[in-house]
Design a protein around this ligand. Structure first.
Ligand code: 5GP
Ligand code: ZN
Length: 112
């Protein structure tokens, strides 16, 4: 399959990994839009948030269980934004579910 994030998981494409365990990986975004910008993904391929179901929903709780720990390790002081873009209209460009974690500057609301 041509999924770029599956290739990052299998190390066919190199990335700047900041956390990894058996089920999830966190790595710095190639084109950061904030001083801190990393992505957290499951190792199983789920196309988007719209594909979360009973069978795979445990992984979302694993991801959210680890984000505070990663952020604490990075010294983010509890100040960050978590973003998921689901579908083309919402800005999703990579069809492997991922959560952006952004920090280090102020963010506007609502998003553009
Ligand atoms: P989306 O637009 O789908 O919400 O976010 C996809 C993100 O993946 C973008 O912020 C983009 O910069 C990042 N990205 C795309 N390809 C790569 C890659 O090969 N390596 C890394 N580290 N990030 C990537
Ligand atoms: Zn994938």
């Amino acid at each position: 399959m041509g999924c770029v994030f599956c290739k990052i998981i299998s190390k066919k494409i190199s990335s700047d990994v900041i956390y990894e365990d058996d089920n999830i990986v966190a790595f710095n975004d190639l084109s950061p839009v904030a001083p801190v910008h990393f992505l957290v993904i499951p190792k199983i391929h789920i196309s988007s948030a719209d594909e979360i179901c009973d069978e795979n929903k445990y992984i979302i709780s694993e991801i959210f269980g680890h984000i505070p720990l990663i952020c604490r390790n990075l010294g983010l002081n509890g100040e960050y934004r978590i973003v998921n873009n689901c579908g083309k209209m919402a800005g999703q460009t990579v069809n492997h579910i991922h959560f952006h974690v952004l920090s280090g500057r102020e963010f506007g609301w609502p998003p553009g």
